[in-house]
Design a protein around this ligand. Structure first.
Ligand code: PGA
Length: 231
C-alpha cells in the first residue's frame, strides 16, 4: 500500500500569493497527499480539489468561544482529518492528555479521522523512557475511545531540528506502538522528514506514512518526497 503523505503547513503560508503559488505548483500531485493548511486557507485548498485536514480543533462543540473552530464546521467545510496533540500545541496551549481526549472524541463524533501525535522530548529520549511516555500518552488520549484513529510518532527533539532517530529506532518504536493495538493501526513518522533523508527513511518497512512540516512547504521538496515514498 502506498504510504500516506501528510503536509502540516503550520503557519508557513501567510499571503494569498503564497497559497496560489503552492496550489498551482502542486496541482498534479493534489490527490497524492493530505494538506493541513492554515485554517483561513482551508476553503481555498478544498475548492481547488485538495484532500485536507486541519491542524487543531476546539474542545467545545459550539457557543461563546472566541477564536475557536468546531469539529462540525470543519466537517461541513469538507475536511477529512484533524491533527490532535501536536507537540507545538501541547506546549504553546498547555494542551493536556485530557483535552486531547476530548478533541479526539469531538472529531470522531463528526466522522473526522484524528491523527494523534505523540512523542518524547530529548530528556526522555536520553533516559530511554520513550516507550513509557508514548504508552501513557496513548492510554490517556484514547480513554473510552474504540474507533479507528491514526497515530503519528513525532519525537519532540526531531521536529524542525534536522535531527531524526535512526531507522532502527523508528522501526522499534513503530512496532511497539502497533503492538499496543494488536497491529491494527496505521502509524506515521514525523520530525525533520526532508528530500535529503526521505530515501533512507522510506526504507523503514513498518511505517504507514510521513507527517512533514517545513519540507512540505516547498513544492519541489514535497514532490520529491512523494515520488520516493510512493515507489
Ligand atoms: P518538521 O515538522 O517536518 O518541520 O520537523 C514536522 C511536524 O511538526 O509535524
Amino acid at each position: 500500500m502506498k504510504k500516506l503523505i501528510l503536509a502540516n503547513l503550520k503557519m508557513y503560508q501567510n499571503t494569498k500569493i503564497d497559497v496560489s503559488n503552492y496550489l498551482n505548483d502542486l496541482n498534479k500531485e493534489k490527490d497524492k497527499f493530505i494538506a493541513f493548511p492554515p485554517i483561513i486557507y482551508l476553503d481555498r485548498f478544498i475548492q481547488n480539489g485538495y484532500i485536507c485536514g486541519i491542524q487543531n480543533i476546539s474542545i467545545h462543540k459550539e457557543g461563546p468561544h472566541t477564536g475557536e473552530t468546531s469539529a462540525l464546521s470543519i466537517k461541513d467545510m469538507g475536511a477529512k482529518y484533524i491533527l490532535i496533540g501536536h507537540s507545538e500545541i501541547r506546549q504553546s496551549n498547555n494542551e493536556t492528555d485530557d483535552l486531547i481526549n476530548i478533541k479526539i472524541k469531538n472529531a470522531l463524533n463528526h466522522d473526522l479521522i484524528p491523527i494523534l501525535c505523540i512523542g518524547e522530548n530529548l530528556e526522555a529520549y536520553n533516559q530511554n523512557q520513550t516507550k513509557e511516555i508514548l504508552k501513557t500518552q496513548i492510554i490517556n488520549a484514547l480513554k473510552d475511545i474504540d474507533k479507528e484513529i491514526i497515530i503519528s510518532y513525532e519525537p519532540v527533539w526531531a521536529i524542525g531540528t534536522g535531527k531524526t532517530p535512526t531507522n532502527e529506532e523508528i522501526t522499534d518504536i513503530v512496532n511497539y506502538i502497533k503492538s499496543l493495538f494488536n497491529y491494527k493501526i496505521k502509524v506515521l513518522y514525523g520530525g525533520s522528514v526532508s528530500e535529503e533523508n526521505i530515501e533512507k527513511l522510506n526504507q523503514i518497512t513498518n511505517i504507514d506514512g510521513f507527517l512533514i512540516g517545513k519540507a512540505a512547504t516547498n513544492p519541489n521538496s514535497l514532490k520529491k518526497i512523494i515520488e520516493v515514498a510512493h515507489t
